[in-house]
Design a protein around this ligand. Sequence first.
Ligand code: SF4
Ligand code: SF4
Length: 351
Amino acid sequence: MTSQPLARTVGFKSGERNVFLHLLTACNLSCRHCYINPEQHGTQILPLATVLSWLQLLLDPDKASNLILLGGEPTLHPDLAAIIKAAKAMGYAVTVDTNGLLCHQLLDQVTPLELDYLSFSLDGPDAAVNDPIRGEGVFERCSANIRKAVTAGFAVSLIYTVSGLNIDHLQRMPELVARLGVRRFFIQVIGLRGKSAGGEAPEVPWQVDPEQWLEIVPRVALAAAEKGIHVVYPKVYLEPGETFECAGRVAENYFVFPNGRVYQCPLCEDHPIHSMVIEEDQLRRRSGLNEDRFFQLAIPEGCVMNKLLQPENISYLDDGSPSHQISCCLLKQEVLPLTPTKSHGSRKDDS
Ligand code: SF4
Ligand code: SF4
């Protein structure tokens, strides 16, 4: 008898906290779709002492806490290894999201026991697709570092940000992911933030339409799971009968930026509507019309921020009702391989 990989929606978990900490906004790449917005997020590199104090502030010892270290490019931070070790000692499960260039010899500075996941970003199965999006020579350098990390025993995952520029090449990824020895594959959807919201328009639209997404992504995820890979992708479109939930209301996510802004919703990050701020080593809730007010609104289209900020991905039937409800961007679908791999945390974006 042949078993099938198991596909399921991963609901928001109570008793779990996810901290997405942007250590800096500087980067050694200049991806066409970069979501970083220094004007909104600051340009400083968080000093080690500040990072350690913020990690203590954001830790809830009664909850499983996942820490995702981001940038910019987090491996540009001179104290990244010390931050990883300290976070692990505090009890966080630690992931680093890297663009793959791996500065400061990270692989020699930490051990696979200290780092739960090292996550690389590639946006194409070869240089011809990846490099026009992420930069000349990046595919080769990133894949070489993935091989090095796998050989050194690190648990490695790979993120592919789907857009109009690369969705037709997604089907070639399972073979590459398996060949590189990567255990977890995140298929991410492009969000209209940073450069993809305000930069130069690409030759085809950034966003893919629902039919393309629904036709391609679940099929590729299944193909990857059949090769023994744990696949996670955003749900994006709820199925009829599925209940809409906003993570801002039911989950504990902290998206933290070097200027102290703390958001609960990644779609809001281009706007000064963060619901919390870290000031004088205190995490404070802000009053006024901020993101948390929007989380309370119920609309037929599902996610309110999606409707406000990127309504292009909503289509309507003749009677005016939306053809799909848009799920929370943090709701994931996962396809488990037949051989289980360790899993923790959720993630939001590319690096
Ligand atoms: S993406 Fe939408 S549903 Fe999810 S937290 Fe933001 S506002 Fe809520
Ligand atoms: S998307 Fe990530 S890797 Fe690319 S330029 Fe932006 S921060 Fe750097």
